[in-house]
Write a protein that binds this ligand. Structure first.
Ligand code: HEM
Length: 145
């Protein structure tokens, strides 16, 4: 009995120590770190650029640059070790006349991309929760519902 208790205490202590060291997996890790985020952004852009609801907005956009900035941004908002080097969302999107339906269309495209990459729904929702508050800076004020 005493030996068993000792083993149990040792195991619990060990597990707690390992957990304290690594903590719960961050969203960044759950998205597959830099490589996973890179895939999510590339796949999302493929879908976005074919989406009749929004593709016209990107006619004059430097897509490789946009991809790079989105990768940095997704890394930062998921608490990854990156630096976002683009402009703030308000500055970038004001004047583009983006409406709420277009915002939701883009969010949907990112979700379709994550489905394709088999990212679990709970993880998808955690990324969506980080993107959702950006709506107020991206959508043109008059078009808010
Ligand atoms: C959660 C939603 C969105 C996020 C996180 C997002 C993020 C970004 C980022 C990081 C950039 C690059 C910033 C920079 O150039 O410094 C960008 C640029 C851009 N975004 Fe968005 N965006 C979102 C929604 C949208 C929507 C709905 C549209 C249009 C339908 C849109 C159209 C554009 C365009 C056209 C550019 C390029 C602007 C330029 O080259 O000057 N974005 N976005």
């Amino acid at each position: 009995m005493k030996i068993h208790t000792c083993i149990l205490v040792t195991l619990l202590t060990f597990n707690t120590a390992v957990y304290a060291q690594s903590g719960p997996a961050s969203l960044f890790q759950d998205l597959g770190s830099e490589a996973g985020i890179s895939q999510i952004v590339d796949e999302s852009l493929l879908i976005i650029l074919q989406d009749e609801r929004i593709k016209a907005s990107f006619k004059e956009t430097n897509i490789p640059r946009l991809a790079q900035l989105l990768k940095e941004q997704f890394c930062v908002i998921s608490a990854g070790p990156c630096k976002y080097t683009g402009d703030d969302m308000k500055t970038v999107h004001q004047g583009l006349g983006i409406n709420a339906a277009q915002f939701y269309a883009m969010a949907e495209d990112v979700q379709i991309a994550m489905d394709k990459l088999a990212i679990p729904p709970a993880t998808q929702n955690r990324l969506m929760a980080k993107l959702a508050p950006m709506k107020r800076d991206i959508v043109m004020p008059q078009t808010r519902p």
